[in-house]
Design a protein around this ligand. Structure first.
Ligand SMILES: [Zn+2]
Length: 201
């Protein structure tokens, strides 16, 4: 299954680019991930996306098909102003459409009001390491599917998500998601395991 194909029902109103205050923190984190190739391009397809919560029901996310770009600007961020992961629906605005994995981000925000940042990366080392070791893992649900959304809810049913804010998706090759109370925390959780994977891979 390839990235970049939006499967949820998207209502998108193209608007002026988002104000820098809405995406500058994402931009800083993205630069670090891009340098590590955790966000990037493989076989001509961009991968990786980052979001930051704005309110209980809204967040800003990197645009669809932007993974390959070295640096993003105001034209590459989308504001998700409303979504419903049960109805597989998302409403966004900005200069570009949101990441195809935006609804999965929304579903993670639904887990806990304190979650304010979600990072999705691709890495063979990290992915293999997490699958081989005792990390949280989803079932074979495909990325962007309603089954994956159900599965995310399920794996966090009996744990506080912020106690274990990283999981691996076996059916989404190289795909890992980390989150946190803010972008720095999400990045820290991710890099902790990433470094282990490089040491022990
Ligand atoms: Zn992905």
């Amino acid at each position: 299954m390839i990235d970049g194909v939006i499967k949820y029902n998207l209502h998108f109103d193209k608007s002026e680019p988002l104000d820098k205050s809405l995406w500058q923190e994402i931009q800083a984190i993205r630069k670090k991930l891009k340098n590590l190739n955790l966000i990037g391009e493989k076989d001509g397809i961009g991968y990786g996306n980052i979001s930051q919560r704005v309110s209980k029901t809204s967040f800003v996310i990197t645009g669809t098909a932007t993974g390959h770009l070295d640096e993003l600007d105001e034209n590459h961020y989308s504001f998700v102003k409303e979504y419903n992961d049960r109805e597989f629906f998302l409403n966004s605005t900005g200069a570009c459409k949101p990441s195809s994995e935006a609804l999965t981000h929304g579903s993670i925000y639904n887990l806990n009001d304190e979650i304010r940042a979600v990072i999705h990366v691709h890495s063979k080392d990290l992915w293999s390491y997490m699958l081989k070791n005792d990390f949280l893992t989803t079932n074979d649900a495909l990325y962007g599917s309603i089954r994956l959304i159900d599965e995310v809810q399920k794996i966090y049913q009996n744990i506080n998500p912020l106690d274990n804010p990283i999981f691996v998706m076996p059916s989404h090759e190289d795909g890992v998601i980390a989150f946190g109370k803010n972008l720095d925390e999400a990045l820290e959780s991710l890099l902790l395991v990433y470094k282990l994977s490089l040491k022990n891979g």
